[in-house]
Design a protein around this ligand. Sequence first.
Ligand code: GAR
Length: 201
Amino acid sequence: MLTKIAVLVSGGGTNLQALIDAQNSGIIKSGKIEVVIASNPDAYALKRAQKYGIAAKAADKKTCKTQDEFENQIIQILQEYDIDFIVLAGFMCILSENFTKQFRNRIINVHPSLIPSFCGKGYYGLKVHEAALNYGVKVTGATVHYVNEIPDGGEIILQKSVDVLEGDTPETLQKRVMEQAEWIILPKACEIVSSNIKKGK
Ligand code: GAR
């Protein structure tokens, strides 16, 4: 039986697109994306899911009064689709320990730096690349890791380095890190974890 995957997103969803492409090309073969859940109902990622006939749902963080309420909305959707494995693909919200402990070793995240650099609370999206450029690193990259109660603190699954070039802006660096690292290692890590879960199913 295939591993049932949920992808959690907040924005544009280019990493979601990489996962869908990998599923269609057979790089992801032990699991199937059953549902995409956005923390923001306007996320373009939801449109990408719909285009491929994948269920697209929103758990609107802004309208939730508490973190519990937000996470309960997500959990309800996960239960509805009988999800085994959660992939955070540009999901800009921190999940509580109460949530992560229910899915130990069953949540992974892609982060746009070489952890332990430029990670943790406050480091997300373009801010990560701004910090890397301000520091003056010559090499950066991306990391896929398990998610636990420490933001960006779970065990590392895959990493890939990317050169910083002279004249880079946060935007040009973000694009290169996505193209040369994130869109490659996220689908690979997804298949590694998904096939391990499938074996244990
Ligand atoms: C990606 O660069 C992803 O690594 C990053 O946000 C971007 C989302 O792009 N995620 C984080 O910073 C999480 N801490 P996308 O919506 O096009 O995939």
